[in-house]
Design a protein around this ligand. Sequence first.
Ligand code: FES
Ligand SMILES: [Fe+2]
Length: 425
Amino acid sequence: MPATVVRHQDNLTTRRLIAERTPGHSLPAPFYTSDEIFDLDLDAIFGRHWIFVASEAEIREPGDYVTVEFGKTSLLVIRDDDENVQVLHNVCRHRGARILTPGSGSVGNLVCGYHQWTYKPDGTLIWAASAADDFDTSCHNLRKVAFRSIAGLIYVNLSDEPNDDIDEVASIVEPYFEQHQLKRAKVAKQIDLIELGNWKLTMENNRECYHCDMHPELGCTYFITWGYPEDAIPPHLQETHERYLSAEAELERKCVERNLAFKGIEELDTRTMGFRVQREALDGEGESYSMTGAKLVNKLLGDFDDAKLGRLSMHTQPNFWCHFMADHAITFAVLPIAPGRTLVRTTWLVHEDAVEGVDYNVDDLTYVWRETNAQDAAFVELAQIGVTDPAYIPGPYVPSEYQVDAFCNWYIDKLNTHLDAEAAE
Ligand code: FES
Ligand SMILES: [Fe+2]
């Protein structure tokens, strides 16, 4: 059967599944389990939209790189000799070998391990041994990938014609990040965690706090009333809500004084690059994700002189969220590996002058989110096992899970757009 006919049949099946989806409910099982939908996700979502891959703090010096893998794709996010960011396909232009193995580090040049073709960190081919006399090196540079840095957060787009919605989103969210000065930060710790679930279950899990009672460490500082409509706060969280309101009032006063952007803006499923941004108060001491809320890093980010600035949180569809406090920042990248396997890369960033062992301790800095990530990974795994059971029927989201529904709306809308474009070809 020709490939176009197979694709047409697959698309009809996907259209049928989309039609079966009930808004306000979790997705039909194949969206989480099928190989075909997973391939479609890589094409329609990860191949077309702006994907967060790393922050500039991960590649501070020329030659510094980090590899980013999703599906069959491997990218090199690298700082070139002119100190510019480059994003390159990690595929040799000779016979296609992977150039760098997964990980991060620093290189002088990029040397393919197979026949030693050698590229500068900006991807320019500078050496191909014993090539023919008429071989033109300039035609065999590493392939570049479109990217955009939002306040030091690097997003890539694999499409030949990347959508430009990121420009407007950047102009809206950049003021929130300005004073945190991510470009003067460094990595304190990065942890890759494999979750045994579909990437969408990872994202869905992150968009609700309905399960936050199950995060005792996070709950010391994170107001677990997050996402609940004002008139639907459960009785056992009423007191927490009172504390939230008073902490929010104090934070708002401070933000106005310091010209810090704080207002919530939520456009999760109403634009091409869905996003949400807001600065919100933390519980306890209100400074950071510790067990008491006290700061975890003595040297604060940027030029901050006050540690009690809550958390600036942003979420972008389809694979990113972050929390920026006064003392450190945490970024999360969600990278699909297989229908039931997802990599969650968590990166803790501190001021470039903060000294480990003096200004901060890595175990303490990472404790709350290491525990929280492990708990979330267990939930995602349970959900994946459940949706794989033939007895699974999509269930209703409760009101405080409206952002999960918004994620699914965004996802289904982008699939439809992609299928429409294919049908029109
Ligand atoms: S495949 Fe890279 S040098 Fe041959
Ligand atoms: Fe969670």
